[in-house]
Design a protein around this ligand. Structure first.
Ligand code: DP6
Length: 326
């Protein structure tokens, strides 16, 4: 009763921010993402009759109680479905900084959903896996698939239609992403808490939810027609709108640092000079720059001149979650 799986993080081009149901973790808005090839989480799960409680090792260290509780409740869903109560030993490793706003929860729960169901001998379709991964984190269903992925809000109260679908695979369009680490060490408001506070207090929240529908429709078109400037403009629009609605919460949530702003300014300056490059930013200070392959090296060179950037990870589009042989 043991299995190992790999999944890649993703970044949203049209952002998810807000839940329509907290318990089942149902999103209030749909989202569209790309899966990142060079970054990954590998998770192995082993259910053992003799274990008294769940054990979780994260990046070589025993996890804290909060992390363990989150994984145990997720494994409970699998145990319930499989009809047994064996505890599990889970080992999970990222090849990128954890908790630095780099969507580690997406690749973590996508790989955990796949390894966990496989170890429990449940055979889930990708759609069912995405529904399960959502219970761990709202962005995780998207990491079940590779390439360009849409997460649906769904309409049903049981969440069975709040799943991810693949819009196009990773070979559809060669897009490059530079993940610019502006800080490896910061504390911020978690996405979950940020979303709850925004929905409760922002006077703009309702408009954010309503207007996301247009962004999703336009982004789907831009992807299918390989219209890069449309994709980039929409990504910046959705990102800035998400941060604007978070800023308008009470108290306002600020995820950026001064280097984040410098990156934004430089990316827009490069664009004025004729280089097609766009940014997106999640619930943290890291900036993701998006471009076509022929511009990658010159953009990276420019960005690396910004003082205070810790590291730039360059990546293409990657595949969905898969089982690894032991
Ligand atoms: C800003 O998936 O981390 O990255 O569902 O509460 O676990 P939970 O939230 P999470 O939120 C991601 C928010 C975002 C935008 C996005 O990825 O769509």
């Amino acid at each position: 009763m043991k299995a190992k799986a790999i999944a890649h993080p993703n970044i949203a081009l049209v952002k998810y921010w807000g839940k329509r149901d907290q318990k089942l973790n149902l999103p209030a808005v749909g989202s569209i993402s790309i899966t990142l090839k060079e970054m990954y989480t590998i998770t192995s799960v082993e259910f053992l009759e003799k274990l008294k409680q769940d054990v979780l090792i994260l990046n070589g260290k025993e996890a804290n109680q909060k992390q363990l509780n989150r994984v145990s409740s997720f494994l409970d869903i699998i145990r319930n479905e499989a009809g047994f109560d064996y505890k599990a030993k889970t080992i999970s490793e990222n090849n990128f900084p954890t908790g630095a706003g780099l969507a580690s929860s997406a690749s973590a729960f996508a790989s955990l959903a796949l390894a966990g169901t496989e170890a429990a001998q449940l055979s889930y379709t990708k759609t069912e896996l995405s529904e399960l991964a959502r219970r761990g984190s709202g962005s995780a269903p998207r990491s079940i698939f590779g390439g360009f992925v849409e997460m649906k809000t769904g309409e049903l109260s049981n969440g069975s239609d709040a799943v991810a679908i693949q819009l196009a695979d990773e070979h559809h369009w060669d897009i490059k992403i530079m993940v610019i680490i502006t800080s490896e060490n910061y504390k911020t408001v978690s996405s979950t808490n940020g979303m709850t506070l925004t929905a409760k207090t922002s006077p703009f929240y309702e408009q954010w939810v309503i207007s996301s529908q247009n962004d999703l429709n336009a982004m789907r078109d831009a992807i299918l027609n390989r219209n890069f400037s449309k994709l980039g403009e929409l990504a910046e629009f959705s990102c800035l709108k998400m941060h604007a609605v978070a800023l308008s919460a009470n108290p306002g949530i600020i995820y950026w640092n001064p280097i984040t702003i410098k990156c934004i300014e430089l990316i827009r300056k490069m664009r004025q000079e004729g280089i097609p490059v766009y940014f997106t930013i999640d619930a943290g200070p890291q900036v993701k720059a998006i471009c076509l392959p022929q511009y990658l090296e010159s953009i990276k060179l420019e960005l690396s001149k910004i003082d205070g950037i810790n590291k730039i990870i360059t990546t293409s589009l990657g595949s969905g979650a898969i089982i690894m042989e032991e």
